[in-house]
Design a binder for this molecule. Sequence first.
Ligand code: NAD
Ligand code: TYD
Length: 350
Amino acid sequence: MQVLVTGGAGFIGSNFLNLSVPRYRDRRFVNVDHLGYAANLANVAETAKSPNYAFVRVDITDADAVDRLFHDHPPDLVVHFAAESHVDRSIVGPRAFVRTNIEGTFNLLEACRKYWPKGRGLFHHVSTDEVYGSLGESGAFTEATPYDPSSPYSASKAASDHLVRAYARTYGLATKITNCSNNYGPYQFPEKLIPLTILNAIDRKPLPVYGKGLNVRDWLYVEDHCEAIWAVIDHGGPGRTYNVGGNNEVRNIDVVRQICRLLAEETGQREDDLLALISYVTDRPGHDLRYAIDATRLKAECRWTPQETFETGLRRTVRWYLSNKAWVDEVRSGDYRKWIATNYADRTQP
Ligand code: NAD
Ligand code: TYD
């Protein structure tokens, strides 16, 4: 069996490969990535030594290249992670999101339609809970919640979900979709809240909190997300969608405070000195207030339960960033500095 993993040099894709390649030695994994700013082949350095692993550099917005990829490495399973993934970048420059997340997904679906005779193959689409928009103070997203995306990122992911379902209904393509809440863990590019806060705190730089820090996200450790994807591939119903979440709803300000406490415990610094770095800055436009996930369907049909609590997963994450300085130094050079300058320059303290 050949498994094509798109975006396998990014955060979640590389964790997925690191878990899967050693476990499924009878399957061949092909990591497909264009090596954009969030990608790093160092994320899969150990896995790359395995004989059942290969890397192919492809930009999924290039239809001909995707077609060649399917010709040269005919897959039985596609696990589609590749995306522009950061909400703030989608506000600054939405075009890349439309191209990769919508057109790129379309190109992959077209290749599946062309190369897979009826009854062959499975396209697993990795998506986000952000397609559902914002919740108020109560309630949780179910798979029946209407789509109501707020950012160019979530709108592009919503469009890609619709395309995947349309290919299932129209062409009979075998598809599954998972809509997951916020991930955290090793190898996450430090533009997202958790790694940005950890690294800024290590360097004693300001910890930017948007608005009043009262927005709520549901946090899931990345390995629990990867296990959920396998649970759905192995046990999920054809054409079905599954919400994935950790039952860990936390306000942003409390995420940042918890990181300060864990970092103080891990390094012996004074927690108060780290808390003093918290800096409230101008809010994100269209900022969704709250996400929460009802994962009943996934637990009932696919026998999945997360292994990490927020406390244990966050401690593992803090330790990982503390002990991987070479990785951190590499990803924070060049383009990263430009992004930080762009995103935070105009965020004055209210
Ligand atoms: P990431 O930005 O870390 O990685 C994305 C990867 O896709 C990168 O390696 C990048 O080079 C690659 N890529 C981007 N455009 C490409 C293109 N045109 N051609 C080929 N490769 C391309 O993102 P992530 O956090 O690992 O997210 C992976 C997937 O999971 C995305 O589809 C995202 O929407 C989804 N998701 C993420 C989260 C989260 O909290 N990070 C939560 C739910 C769902
Ligand atoms: P982020 O990690 O960008 O994920 P997403 O936007 O996909 O949920 O942001 C998580 C939350 O943290 C979100 O409510 C925005 C907030 N946030 C900050 O308060 N400060 C920051 O510097 C960043 C990047 C995010």
